[in-house]
Design a binder for this molecule. Sequence first.
Ligand code: F6P
Length: 337
Amino acid sequence: MKSISLIQFLIEARRNGQLNAELSLLIEVVARACKRIAVATGKGALGDVLGGAGTDNVQGEHQKKLDVISNEILLEANAWGGHLAACASEEMEDPQPIPDAYPKGNHLLLFDPLDGSSNIDINVSVGTIFSVLRCPDDIQQVETHHFLQPGVEQLAAGYVLYGPRTLLVLTFGHGTHEFTLDREIGSFILTRRDIRIPAETAEFAINMSNQRHWQAPMKRYIDEVLEGVEGPRGKDFNMRWVAAMVADVHRILTRGGVFYYPLDAKNQAQGGKLRLLYEANPMAFLVEQAGGAATDGHQRIMELQPTGLHQRVPVFLGSRDEIELVTRYHQQDLPAA
Ligand code: F6P
């Protein structure tokens, strides 16, 4: 079989009018930066990259050395190419404008440079998540509110999974596609075109240790699932939890399933656990483009109007039938208006 590199794939898409040259360059630059992150994560103790950085990020979470390194790699790679107006990251309170020394482009890039970073030190999969928005026209100075666009406005989104293989999974609104890094030649090669998530599944991912903190609809849904063949669902379910959203979503894009991070008594004050702009929205875009669904328990994630750069939301995504059911349980639980 003739192999197709990421660059060939993007050129083909440009010829078909699916994306423009600037967006294609942006995707290539992010992919190139992620190859460097893959090298850094792969070195581990040999590169002195394990452990804490001794700092906290804007969310008050302890930063790992690799969180900081990955953030710097992405910022540096994207600064000079002329394709971006500004970047925003989980690791930085405010957006970072493109330095005056470089030309500016029409795009905004958001990323979680190293998702699931509690997995780094134990040598389990981690990933980078990114989302691309259009920068509104005639902006002199990009500000936070320019990033507060609903997910339906995303031009592209993707993740890179650093596991036994380094994989890039990408969408620009024409399907969801997977590329595997060929480490010998240093290129991402197309390995799955137009990924499809089956509508039905018997596999779910959730942090069960939070069960007693969940709200009633979530408890009801999981109780029924756990009853298996003897319960109302009439089938046995299996559970998986990698604790890195990228890895859990990748499993869903490979064999179906669902991923839940619901509202609970611990995260309620913050509105949820996962970040809307650089976790929930890009994953929702990838999942929807593969035929799955993504809601916050009540409505489509990609239609939520963001109110803050680091806003958190509940997340329910994956195989369509299950997401519809769990969303219905939440909707039915709404107090009467
Ligand atoms: O970014 C948040 C994150 O690390 C996700 O990647 C992951 O799905 C989740 O948090 C893990 O949550 P918990 O700590 O509850 O297992």
